[in-house]
Design a protein. Structure first.
Length: 88
């Protein structure tokens, strides 16, 4: 689960990845229209999601979207059971 992901909200795109299966590293934040940097981080100090929220609180909707994608990947939605053994 060390793959790189991209999430875009309100014209801002964040590049992030899973670290050690349960953490998020924020790699870059760019303007989605022209790829101009909004925030840059070096590999020695990629912030996790909580730190990114502290550094750039105005991007709360973007961080919320990253959190949703993270949990959806970590714990995929379960299929609803149907048939005689389904819960009522």
């Amino acid at each position: 689960m060390d793959d790189v992901r991209h999430t875009e909200v309100d014209g801002v795109r964040v590049t992030w990845r899973f670290v050690q299966h349960h953490l998020i590293a924020i790699l870059a934040v760019d303007n989605a229209r022209d790829a101009s940097p909004v925030a840059c981080f070096s590999p020695e100090n990629y912030p996790d999601l909580a730190r990114a929220r502290e550094l750039l609180p105005e991007l709360a909707r973007l961080w919320d979207a990253v959190r949703r994608e993270f949990w959806a990947k970590l714990i995929p939605p379960q299929q609803l059971a149907t048939g005689p053994h389904a819960w009522a």
